[in-house]
Design a binder for this molecule. Structure first.
Ligand SMILES: NC(=O)N[C@@H](CC(=O)O)C(=O)O
Ligand SMILES: [Zn+2]
Ligand SMILES: [Zn+2]
Length: 447
């Protein structure tokens, strides 16, 4: 007698456009893309004993699962704002299959123990791969380097280090971090903010801040740190990643550094691609974020920098905050806005619908490059037979009015509330298992 085989579910996606190209069929089975094109339907028939789900992919675009290089999941410590479970459900709903979890939790992710805990909780939740980012300095205190090597050697295999929320301001510490991380091909991701130039800052320093009377955060406070850091990276030969770059001057500095051969990458957020400091006139703290929303000229320069490859990645900087931390006057409110469930739509509107980007470019900045920078081997892969079935199926023709109450994030601080945005995630697959099925979050049994 032969033992009964457990049926597995295979998915035949018909008429889908990989990276926006010619429609074809994809068979997803055993965690991988089992067949592509004319073979897929035949291969599906040959799989006796499997459950087969046929997904009508007409009009849908297939992309590699999105990878966020900059997410705040708030666990441990601020589970009232987000948890690893709610944050990764939010990620899956937005088409993400991996998120890098920032270290500014409580306790701070500055030891092997904390990063392993975050990594395990992500694995158990099962909605997206959670890649912990390790703090550069103990407690984000900016005074002593954390145990970068121990975090790199841990089960979480940390490769990205950041004090995000705080700038690694001491140039000696920044230099050492750039040196030490070379040993394990790590990268130092910098929140570029000169602290003395931004004491008490509430919004971008410019005509709007002067008119409405909020303390300004000058562009130079960001640009001075980026300029210093690219020179330090050049000097020691380390890898630098510039987080949430937001000014025209920052784009110019990164462009200059790349031309010079310096090993630097940069990210821009969806909100810095779409929104401006004019929104602060409402005094609605949903628009309060670090770095602040800048001017229309800065937005244009960030778009141009993304279009010409100066900026490598779009990262959400999803920064959920509990109601009481946002539902107050501007100066008392926390900095940050959510972004996982709207990022792809904003990138479609700003970059694709405007003609600046193809869908292959979208895959590059939201999946391939963030996976490469983060050192993730099985994300951001080509949509070819034998590759992991870690993909998103997206309907670019759908429209929706953003309603934060419907978001899967535990927090509601989306700056796009009430705005109509294009596109909708229909399916997200993580190694062949749907985390989103036909537009709805799918129940997932953790690994
Ligand atoms: N972006 C923000 O405004 N806030 C982030 C910190 C950060 O990314 O600097 C947060 O943790 O809330
Ligand atoms: Zn930051
Ligand atoms: Zn951040």
């Amino acid at each position: 007698m032969t033992a009964p085989t457990t049926p597995t579910t295979a998915y035949l996606v018909t008429g889908v456009s990989p990276l926006g190209g010619e429609p074809t069929d994809l068979l997803l089975a055993d965690g991988v893309i089992a067949a592509v094109g004319a073979d897929a339907a035949g291969a599906a028939k040959d799989r006796d004993g499997d459950d087969l789900v046929v997904v009508d992919g007409t009009g849908l675009i297939a992309l590699p699962g999105l990878v966020d290089l900059h997410t705040h999941l708030r666990e441990p410590g601020r589970e009232d704002a987000e948890t690893i479970l709610t944050g990764t459900r939010s990620a899956a709903a937005g088409g993400f299959t991996a998120v890098h979890a920032m270290a500014n939790t409580s306790p701070v992710a500055d030891t092997a123990g904390v990063v392993e805990q975050v990594w395990r909780l992500g694995r158990d939740a099962g909605y997206a791969d959670v890649i912990p980012v390790g703090a550069v300095t103990v407690g984000l205190g900016g005074e002593r380097l954390a145990e970068l090597g121990a975090m790199a050697d841990s089960a979480a295999r940390v490769r990205v280090f950041s004090d995000d929320g705080k700038c690694v301001h001491d140039p000696v510490l920044m230099r050492r971090a750039l040196e030490y991380t070379k040993a394990f091909d790590g990268v130092v991701a910098q929140h570029a903010q000169e602290p003395r130039l931004t004491e008490g800052s509430q919004m971008h320093e410019g005509t709007v801040s002067a008119e409405i009377g909020l303390a300004g955060w000058p562009a130079v406070a960001e640009e001075a740190i980026i300029a210093r850091d690219v020179l330090l990276a050049e000097h020691v030969g380390g890898r630098l990643h510039v987080q949430h770059l937001s000014t025209a001057g920052s784009v110019e500095i990164v462009r200059w550094a790349k031309e010079r051969g310096i090993d630097v990458t940069a990210e821009a957020t969806p909100h810095h691609l779409l929104l401006t400091d004019e929104l602060a006139r409402s005094y609605d703290p949903v628009y309060k974020v670090n770095p602040p929303l800048r001017t229309a000229e800065d937005v244009a320069a960030v778009r141009a920098g993304l279009a010409d490859g100066t900026i490598d990645v779009v990262a959400t900087d999803h920064a959920p905050h509990a109601l009481q931390d946002k539902d107050c006057e501007w100066s008392a409110a926390a900095f940050g806005m959510t972004g996982l469930e709207t990022a792809l739509s904003v990138v479609q509107q700003v970059m694709v619908d405007s003609g600046l980007f193809t869908w292959a470019d979208v895959a590059r900045v939201l999946s391939v490059e963030p996976a490469r920078i983060g050192g993730l081997a099985d994300h951001g892969r080509p949509l070819e037979a034998g590759e992991p079935a870690t993909i998103v199926l997206y309907d670019p023709a759908a429209r929706r009015t953003v309603a934060p109450a419907e978001h899967h994030s535990r927090s509601r601080n989306s700056p796009y509330a009430g705005l109509e945005l294009p596109g909708r995630v229909r399916w997200t697959f993580l190694r062949g298992r749907p985390t989103v099925a036909d537009g709805e979050l799918a129940p997932v049994a953790g690994a």
